[in-house]
Design a protein around this ligand. Structure first.
Ligand code: S3P
Length: 172
């Protein structure tokens, strides 16, 4: 069991719909740590939803802001951090997170990702055009090598969130 001593932030990475925000919030509560979500930080800074930033300024500017926000969080206080699905794909961000934090990849099958991201489609600009499952399958293929560099991989097959939380704690 987890002995309660964490000297660095715990960072959740993985695709949209993997449960980073939901699991992250619960994990934080369970560990008695604050929780922060990089998309929300971008939203606070921009005064717009992450989807709106993406649409209005384009993916390039969104990624730029995301890189800076995540770098600040990575070097900040010990807490649980949920990242946007693209953050860990950036090589510089990935190296920084792996150096300063404990990184946890929530690896979920495409069917589950498709089901979960169907709920609030306006929050997922990457999925607005084309077939949701096909896009997610392509993103899994593209991003898997990056996510696989996380310190810990947790298979999230759609079980209860609290089980995923317990599995993360067991792996810390
Ligand atoms: C993105 C994931 C989103 C958000 C943006 C881009 C991605 O975050 O950052 O829409 O490229 O995978 P979530 O993973 O929290 O949905």
């Amino acid at each position: 069991p987890f002995d309660g001593r964490l000297d660095r932030p715990v960072v959740l990475v993985g695709l949209m719909g993997a449960g980073k925000s939901t699991v992250g919030r619960r994990l934080a509560r369970r560990l008695g740590l604050p929780f922060v979500d990089s998309d929300s930080e971008i939203e606070d800074a921009a005064g717009l939803s992450a989807g709106e930033v993406f649409q209005r300024f384009g993916e390039h500017d969104f990624r730029d802001g995301e890189r800076r926000v995540v770098a600040r969080l990575a070097t900040g206080p010990v807490r649980v951090i949920a990242t946007g699905g693209g953050a860990f794909v950036n090589e510089e961000t990935r190296a920084l997170l792996n150096d300063k934090c404990i990184t946890v990849w929530l690896d979920a099958p495409v069917g589950l990702l498709a089901e979960r991201t169907a709920r609030r489609p306006e929050t997922r600009p990457m999925l607005k055009d084309g077939n949701r499952s096909e896009t997610l399958a392509r993103l899994i293929d593209e991003r898997r090598p990056a996510y696989a560099e996380a310190h810990i991989r947790i298979a999230s097959e759609g079980g209860a969130h609290h089980e995923v939380v317990e599995r993360i704690i067991a792996a810390l």
